[in-house]
Design a protein around this ligand. Sequence first.
Ligand SMILES: Nc1nc2c(ncn2[C@@H]2O[C@H](COP(=O)(O)OP(=O)(O)O)[C@@H](O)[C@H]2O)c(=O)[nH]1
Ligand SMILES: [Mg+2]
Length: 481
Amino acid sequence: MFDALADRLEDAWKKLRGQDKISKANIQEVLTEVRRALLAADVNLQVVKNFIAQVEEKALGAEVISGVNPGQQFIRIVYDELVLVMGESNSSLNQSDKAPTVILMAGLQGTGKTTATAKLALYLRKQQRTCLMVATDIYRPAAIDQLITLGQQIEVPVFEMGTTANPVEIARQGLAKAIEMGVDTVIVDTAGRLQIDPEMMAELASIKKTIQPIETLLVVDAMTGQEAANLTRTFEEEIGITGAILTKLDGDTRGGAALSVRQVSGKPIKFVGVGEKVEALEPFYPDRMASRILNMGDVLTLVEKAQEAIDIADVEKIQAKMMSAKFDFTDFLKQMKLLKNMGSLGSFIKMIPGMNKLSNLDLEKGEKELKRTEAMINSMTLQERSNPDILAKSPNRRRRIAKGSGLKEEDVTKLITNFTRMRSMMQQMTTGGMPSMAGGLGGMFGGGEQSLPRPGFRGYSGGSQPKKSKPKKKKKGFGDF
Ligand SMILES: Nc1nc2c(ncn2[C@@H]2O[C@H](COP(=O)(O)OP(=O)(O)O)[C@@H](O)[C@H]2O)c(=O)[nH]1
Ligand SMILES: [Mg+2]
């Protein structure tokens, strides 16, 4: 997914590389490329226009950071804007104070409403929530059976009244049933048409009015492309939606819809469908989507992004120190801060080829670990920071630090053990280039043998461009990045 868009954007900013200033003149060509890339990816024209205008404004207003070339800065600006357009952060499902939480599914026929209804029910069930699914699609007899079958598969009850009842009535009674059963969530699946038609909209509006959902989720097929914008606008204006589910992102789809939905409706994409199976539902994360769009699983980009955020002098000093026996906790803290400047640990690690398979849970653990480590180092005295050995020798000091950081003594002991091991490992690496930030931290948290690959920070002082290596793995599925 998004491969074409990513490639075109990459071509676009290559043109900026090597120029020493972002100016109105030299940015036009690259903006045209970005515009072309987005249009080719089926992003709605108006959405593209707004996007380009924002990027241009930000690019021209950007201060040129010394040591960072305009191309790199431009990437950052495009990335930030993509994240912004797609909603910045993950938006979770609304939940009513008083059960049941009512969720209404809306969308055209074949977009994946019924499938998404079951996916969502399963997703909630896994969070120990109880659901009832309501089948109101009386127009396609198979639609009710489809939901019943899915319900059996995921062990979630389905409320239906056959194909002769009125959909609004089914919804009303379905909600009553949910209250009677005491489930905490009721998800109402509805009928769609091939195209927006007034009758369908009226029925949907009437169901909505009857059941007063806290969530009205528009199910959008990611392959809809350009049309996604109009579709979203119509549903937003006529029904009023609270969010969207973007389905079929596992297919060979373009990225357009993801960008369009939020911009047009102002409502977030909450989930993505990544397959036909009931498990194939994932929360939507704009930053991950943006990284994926920009094809950041690329060594070169990794190096560039690192360069962009790091004060070169700092890096050289720390790296020199890492090679000596003097690397201490003060340096380590600094190293962590530099890493933080580069964005979240998650997005950083995922840029390393082969590392994009790490689960979000792994990454969250890593980030949490970093925070704990920082807390412990902050509780050390300057003397202790510069001389970790005295900590190794004194249980009293370790206890004090544990107390100060709100952690256990064994956590402190582990930190010191790992740190000492990492330091000695670094000293052994006297050949083969500098250990990288990631390598250092990998050694720190991974216990050595699982340490992260070291891309190496070439080209900082010599000005030689790192050789471009482009692992063109075909990455399928939203879950892969
Ligand atoms: N590959 C893929 N297929 C999906 C996804 N969601 C739904 N489908 C398929 O799309 C078709 C239509 O889905 P359905 O839920 O019946 O759509 P509805 O008419 O909106 O209720 C079915 O064949 C589903 O298996 C998805 O995320 N990925
Ligand atoms: Mg259906």
